[in-house]
Design a binder for this molecule. Structure first.
Ligand code: ZN
Length: 140
């Protein structure tokens, strides 16, 4: 499984993560799918709706997810997944992330170290929810 970010999409994602530090940022990925390759053409910044613990967790309400789906449809794109940042933690899904993730979607995680966006890795939950498959990230 491969995921390709356009330079604009990745730049925007990194800028969002920097702006929200030390809290987790989150948002949606819009783009196209060709076989098992996904092309992220743009992101939509969403609000982390957690009331507390926003340094370590994020929450997206169903309303925000529906809004992202609608926006994708309007643009003739697919909702491919959801990104978030890990302030001062590795770009690896937490147990909380796994419990809240859904199969199909891509979940890129961007590690932010001392306020600076660092490594980006992307994950897909297995159908049986037992764990993740890492996607290969490619730049366009
Ligand atoms: Zn996380």
């Amino acid at each position: 499984m491969r995921i390709i970010f356009t330079p604009e999409a990745e730049t925007d994602l990194r800028a969002h993560a920097r702006a929200e530090y030390p809290h987790e940022c989150c948002g949606a990925l819009l783009g196209l799918e060709e076989g098992d390759t996904r092309i992220v053409q743009q992101i939509i910044r969403l609000a982390n709706e957690r009331i507390n613990d926003r340094e370590r967790r994020f929450y997206l309400s169903p309303q925000q997810v529906l809004m992202a789906e609608r926006r994708a449809r309007e643009l003739g794109l697919l909702l491919l997944g959801f990104y978030h940042s890990h302030p001062d933690h590795p770009a690896v899904p937490s147990e909380y992330d796994r419990e809240h993730a859904l199969p199909y979607y891509s979940y890129p995680i961007l590690s932010v170290r001392h306020g600076e966006p660092a490594e980006l890795r992307s994950w897909r939950l297995k159908e049986d929810r037992s764990g993740y498959v890492e996607e290969t990230i490619q730049r366009q």
